[in-house]
Design a protein around this ligand. Structure first.
Ligand code: SF4
Length: 120
């Protein structure tokens, strides 16, 4: 069942958001921009290497994912726009290729690494 759900999720989200199936979806807080498409897979904003024209320093053919995320989040409803500034925990690579929908329902996507305290 979990495998089927992951397959369905991938079929739905890949064409729309280029979903990489990280298993911990944060699209709602990134202006519907998948942070896993950033070459550095950063979850909390740009790396500081954004080029003057807004292009990615790793792949100049693409616009910085976080520049797009910021601009898109400005057009989101107020409640979601506020979440853009939240500190997102590091990616748990053990969830790679699992369904973020299933992990949301089980609460597994909210398990953070030992010692990680966003309010510290
Ligand atoms: S944040 Fe993760 S689950 Fe969500 S679209 Fe990106 S890769 Fe897919």
């Amino acid at each position: 069942m979990a495998r089927l759900l992951a397959t369905i999720e991938h079929v739905v989200k890949k064409p729309i958001w280029d979903c990489r199936m990280c298993g911990q979806c944060v699209l709602h807080s990134t202006g519907l921009t998948c942070p896993m498409t950033c070459p550095k897979q950063l979850r909390n904003g740009p790396c500081g290497g954004v080029r003057e024209d807004g292009a990615c320093e790793v792949d100049p053919s693409m616009t910085c994912v976080w520049l797009k995320a910021h601009n898109r989040s400005e057009r989101m409803p107020r409640t979601l726009r506020k979440e853009f500034d939240d500190l997102r925990p590091p990616v748990d690579n053990r969830l790679q290729d699992t369904s973020s929908w299933a992990n949301l329902l089980s609460g597994r996507d909210r398990v953070v690494p030992d010692g990680w305290q966003p309010d510290a």
